[in-house]
Design a protein around this ligand. Structure first.
Ligand code: PMT
Length: 396
């Protein structure tokens, strides 16, 4: 499967007739999940307008090394650092010559020099220029430096010649770009994770909650991104940094967590309910701070919606994974929740050891299987959990 989920591609366009194909190339890269930013040489703007590339990429196009406004938004060094792949397409003979000599005399060549990302070059030139010894020497220099050379194709050329030197088609460039990245276990999958506690207000200053730190959910989110998934993390109040490339939505209470979850179910492949959702909330939330008066006070609680059960009831139901933190009869209580909530998989764990800890020990349950995962750091265990989920998805 072609996937560039979460990949950041800097498309460098130089001045050749094949530049017009960059419109389609940008569309395909974005459709495959990449975020695309564009830099163009001055000559490239004679073949396709920056406005076209801006409209297609949804981002300001970088044209000039000395553009104060563009540098204020994202400077060229920042952009060079931002990219996972610098794809130069089309790459003219002149541009190949310049970068093979380490020149940095425009925005694109400067970024090529400054980046530590993968660099791919899609040559496009007249067949005689392609066959020239200088071009061969320059390309060999780039290959020696670890650059990827995509093409060229053979065929009829804009000048009327026939031979090698045509830029590869956008679909071929997409395929080659995608092949540069490990696709990962969950490439292209949309995963929604709930994590952390919920807080149910009693009055403006007090709430009911629990000790969930969010560590397990955040570890799963980070590892799912590393496995190639697009991850939405619906998080209760926690003190953790958002993992790279994760779309985080902050909520406070169970009702908000339910709303945010249902809003993100339309294209969800896997839902993982890690959150320790408060089962009950105060029937009334006092508008003013409750004063200490009587010796006793009574709080009436009402049941919160069960988020994971709502997800499992959807017509277009994702693969649904639950958690159960139990203090006793861990596995049998876990099995009961798996069945009662109609889940596809559940990770049962020991509540007295797991909350706010960096490590976890879990039993993985499905309707037909039970297996203990090796105990350890939440990130390592998260990887094993995702492996099980990916295997189950492959089998379903
Ligand atoms: O956050 P950490 O400090 O890293 O701790 C991790 C954890 C202990 C929170 C995690 O490992 C865990 O077990 N999460 C589930 C906690 C729990 O016991 O949930 P539960 O038994 O109340 O619910 C079972 C499942 O239903 C869970 O997937 C839960 O997210 C879901 N649920 C529960 C109630 C509710 N109203 N809506 C739900 O979706």
């Amino acid at each position: 499967m072609l996937s560039l989920t979460n990949k950041r591609i800097l498309l460098g366009i130089t001045g050749g007739i094949a530049a017009y194909k960059c419109a389609e190339l940008t569309r395909l890269l974005i459709k495959a999940g990449a975020e695309v930013r564009v830099a163009m040489t001055k000559a490239a703007t004679e073949f396709i307008t920056p406005l076209t590339m801006q409209a297609l990429s949804g981002q300001r196009v970088h044209l000039d090394l000395l553009d104060i406004d563009a540098e204020a938004a994202m400077g060229h060094i920042e952009l060079a650092r931002w990219a996972d792949l610098v794809l130069i397409a089309p790459a003219t003979a002149d541009f190949i010559a310049r970068i093979s000599h380490g020149q940095a005399n425009d925005i694109l060549s400067t970024m090529v020099l400054a980046t530590s990302a993968k660099i791919a070059v899609a040559p496009a030139m007249n067949q005689a220029m392609w066959a020239d010894d200088s071009t061969t020497t320059n390309l060999n220099t780039l290959v020696d430096r670890g650059y990827h050379i995509f093409g060229p194709a053979e065929g009829e050329q804009a000048c009327g010649d026939v031979g090698p030197g045509r830029m590869l088609e956008p679909a071929q460039l997409l395929e080659l770009s995608s092949s540069l990245f490990e696709t990962g276990l969950l490439a292209g999958k949309n995963i929604v994770i709930t994590g952390g506690p919920t807080r149910e207000a009693i009055d403006p200053v007090r709430f009911i909650s629990n000790h969930s730190s969010g560590k397990m959910a955040y570890a799963l989110a980070a590892e799912a991104v590393a496995a190639g998934a697009k991850v939405t993390l619906i998080s209760g109040p926690v003190n953790l940094a958002t993992p790279d490339s994760v779309h985080r939505i902050d909520v406070v209470n169970a009702a908000q967590m339910l709303d945010a979850t249902l809003e993100h179910m339309s294209n969800c492949d896997v839902f993982i309910g890690v959150a320790a959702v408060a089962d009950y909330r105060p029937a009334e939330v006092e508008a003013q701070k409750i004063k200490k008066s009587d010796e006793q006070m009574q709080l009436t609680l009402i049941k919160n919606p069960d988020i994971i059960s709502e997800v499992a009831k959807l017509d277009r139901k994702p693969f649904v994974v639950g958690f159960a933190a139990e203090t006793n009869d861990i596995v049998s209580n876990g099995k009961d929740k798996l069945t009662r909530k109609n889940l596809d998989m559940l990770f049962a764990n020991n509540a007295t050891e797991t909350f706010n800890s960096d490590s976890i020990s879990v039993t993985a349950l499905t309707k037909t299987s039970e297996s203990e995962l090796s105990a350890g750091n939440k990130n390592v265990v998260a990887r094993n959990m995702l492996q099980l989920i990916a295997t189950a998805l492959g089998a379903s």
